[in-house]
Design a protein around this ligand. Structure first.
Ligand SMILES: Nc1nc2c(ncn2[C@@H]2O[C@H](COP(=O)(O)OP(=O)(O)O)[C@@H](O)[C@H]2O)c(=O)[nH]1
Ligand SMILES: [Mg+2]
Length: 384
């Protein structure tokens, strides 16, 4: 049989092969004005194929391999290649006992530990090492990635031997995790008919000239509207259309840094510019206090002190909230009686316009605010 005909009778290439083929084509096409539209469509196609892969994996029960129960005020995930020191770091940070080995793959399940931060508790998860190709399901990659999607902060861990941070973050990008990014300001509305309208409040430098419409078409999106409130990129539009992206803050750590010579260290600092890495040694306890401090900042914890009326505030045990939380959020953490009889709150500190300002439930609190809950007359006079 002639070669061309043979090809016709081959089974349709698998989803995985299609994904690899599109990935390759994107890699091999240089980006310029003439290829802009083509690359945009390829990226959209890739996103659609990956969504299909997700759907199939879920159908087979994939992604539920690890039942991790969240606890504490926030959950942090350790992500890195095998043997970079994740388990050692977990044991340093928490009272967990995660097995440490000089060989790869000692951590085969997810081990949680608990770290105290001020009055807060942070759940730290030690995960199996990520290997290249994790999003395709290698090395329990898909299960790990499904857990990564649910954490409040990622600690990326590399060591001097495995220092390719870009490869690590790319692996997560491929699985829909957006690291240290905010959601794009693009509003997509679907409707049944009427065609597609695209409008924008700013000039679009990357999605003009029909590129946005072509990308929408790859997603089978023909009716509705897309409103751009920023000069978004192709990738940002695809993220919004795909709809299953998560936006997770991250810190980047270089472990085993006590092994680095000054020259190696200088080279790494240059290589990793843009990641702002923290140099630590989990084994020799270098940089751990700084790391813990930075974790609290990245999780945007705030400490709020409750002051019962006519008494000093309880400075020993702050209530830990997240930045953006309001008086309402504080009430949820206090005895229900206070919530029921709440009339107003008095606030001292950064969020108050003047000391002792009277505010309502919707007032956003700041770190180290002091708050007195004022309850309705006739209710028992307790607060705090
Ligand atoms: N020199 C040095 N070795 C470390 C450090 N942290 C961990 N290790 C070693 O690296 C190896 C792998 O550590 P492990 O925590 O099991 O790595 P994981 O696979 O990422 O969990 C072990 O032999 C550790 O003792 C460090 O800060 N410095
Ligand atoms: Mg381990």
């Amino acid at each position: 049989m002639p070669r061309e005909e043979e090809a016709v009778f081959l089974p349709m290439s698998s989803l995985e092969e299609q994904i690899t083929a599109v990935e390759e084509e994107i890699r091999n096409t240089s980006y310029n004005k003439a290829t802009q539209l083509h690359i945009g469509r390829l990226k959209a196609k890739l996103a659609v194929l990956r969504l299909e892969r997700e759907t199939r994996a879920k159908g087979k029960g994939g992604g539920v391999g690890y039942g991790v129960r969240k606890s504490g005020n926030a959950t942090v995930g350790l992500v890195g290649y095998p043997s970079v020191g994740k388990s050692t770091l977990l044991n340093r940070l928490t009272a967990a006992e995660s097995e440490i080995g000089a060989y790869d793959f000692t951590t085969v399940s997810i081990i949680p530990g608990m770290l105290r931060w001020g009055g807060a508790s942070i759940q730290v998860l030690d995960m199996p090492g990520l290997v290249p190709g994790a999003a395709k399901g290698r090395g329990r990659g898909r299960e790990v990635l499904s857990v990564v999607r649910s954490v409040d902060l990622i600690l990326f861990l590399i060591d001097p031997e495995h220092s390719n941070l870009r490869a690590l973050t790319n692996e997560l990008e491929g699985a829909g995790v957006r690291v240290n990014q905010r959601p794009p300001r693009i509003v997509v509305t679907h409707s049944d008919r009427g065609g597609l309208t695209i409008s924008s409040t700013v000039r679009l430098s990357q999605l003009g000239g029909g590129v946005a419409a072509q990308i929408a078409r790859e997603f089978g999106f023909h009716n509705g509207s897309i409103v751009f409130r920023e000069d978004a990129s192709v990738d940002q539009l695809i993220d919004v259309l795909a709809g299953n992206r998560v936006y997770v803050p991250a810190l980047f750590l270089v472990n085993k840094s006590e092994l680095l010579t000054p020259t190696e260290r200088t080279r790494l600092v240059a290589d990793l510019r843009g990641f702002a890495p923290l140099f630590i040694s989990a084994r020799d306890q270098i940089g751990i206090d700084t790391l813990i401090e930075r974790m609290g900042e990245a999780l945007r914890f705030i400490r709020v002190y409750v002051k019962p009326p006519g008494r000093p505030p309880d400075l020993e045990e702050p209530v830990i909230l997240r930045q953006g939380d309001t008086v309402e959020g504080l009430l949820r953490r206090l005895p229900p009686e206070l919530n029921r009889t709440f009339r107003a709150a008095q606030v001292w500190g950064k969020s108050a316009r003047f000391p002792g300002q009277t505010v309502g439930r919707e007032h956003p609190l700041s770190d180290e605010d002091i708050v007195t809950v004022v309850i309705a007359r006739g209710s028992a006079r307790a607060a705090g």
